[in-house]
Design a protein around this ligand. Structure first.
Ligand SMILES: O=C(O)c1cc(C(=O)O)c2c(n1)C(=O)C(=O)c1cc(C(=O)O)[nH]c1-2
Length: 242
């Protein structure tokens, strides 16, 4: 069996950096900002039990992120990238048990009326959310470190969403105490810079067309992970009695 003839119209050289970045940014339409669940959240149409379900399920995402980042580090042979990526683990886990992004998410969960224990034992985590988040961690374990890094680029789409979420939640759910919003206020301070430096790493280390296309596919996969999380939560909301 011979190999398939190469189509002379199929480009094989790397895309110019600007085209590559544009191909990544083009995926913003697949991001979760306009998911029906997020729209209801922004419009103040979620009930307290629905907000609780969201917070308890997002916890599973938040708590798995450091394992995803550790998998990227484990697969990466470059000390300068590992050193840089390590900051993400420290950000989520904190330098000690009392701080870090994950702790701040727990504060939000408590502010919407959940007990810390029922969040930590994950009794509210939906099967679909678990499957989606586990798929993200497994993707980082199984794929190249560049694909793992590229999959985190959804964050380049997130600052506007997070700012809007913060403003809309303060307005529409005034019963949530301000301490509950620490996650978003502290995340907003780092996320724009993180998104920019992640793009730089991806552009620098995806030198071939194949690597560039794999990076774009990794970001598309991650958009699907996020939407699958909200699909599951949204579906479960329809089963909560009003
Ligand atoms: O609230 C959001 O909409 C949102 C989105 C994302 C994202 O786009 O992946 C992250 C976060 N938050 C977040 O808080 C966070 O720590 C985070 C880490 C990552 C990642 O893939 O490494 N994404 C996100």
């Amino acid at each position: 069996m011979g190999s398939a003839p190469t189509d002379p119209d199929t480009p094989t050289g790397p895309m110019p950096a600007a085209d590559f970045v544009a191909a990544l940014r083009d995926l913003s339409d697949r991001y979760w900002d306009r998911h029906p669940f997020h729209l209801r959240l922004h419009e103040g149409r979620l009930t307290k039990p629905e907000l609780q379900l969201w917070a308890a399920n997002r916890w599973y995402y938040q708590r798995c992120l450091p394992q995803k980042d550790a998998a990227i580090i484990a697969n990466c042979p470059l000390p300068e990238v590992r050193r840089h990526w390590l900051d993400r683990i420290v950000y989520h886990d904190g330098r000690d048990a009392g701080d870090g992004g994950a702790r701040n998410w727990l504060r939000l969960a408590e502010a919407v009326g959940l007990d810390r224990a029922e969040v930590l034992d994950e009794r509210h985590v939906l099967p679909g959310v678990r499957f989606a988040v586990d798929a993200y961690v497994n993707f980082a374990r199984a794929r190249s470190w560049q694909e793992g890094v590229a999959s985190g680029l959804t964050e380049m789409f997130s600052p506007g969403l997070m700012r809007r979420r913060l403003a809309d939640m303060r307005e529409h759910y005034p019963w949530i105490g301000e301490e509950g919003f620490a996650y978003f206020t502290s995340r907003l301070a780092v996320v724009a810079g993180e998104g920019r430096s992640t793009v730089d790493i991806v552009v620098q280390h995806c030198g071939t067309r194949e690597q560039q296309e794999a990076a774009v596919a990794a970001l598309a996969f991650k958009c699907d992970v996020l939407r699958a999380i909200l699909d599951s939560i949204d579906y479960a909301c329809h089963q909560i009695a009003p």
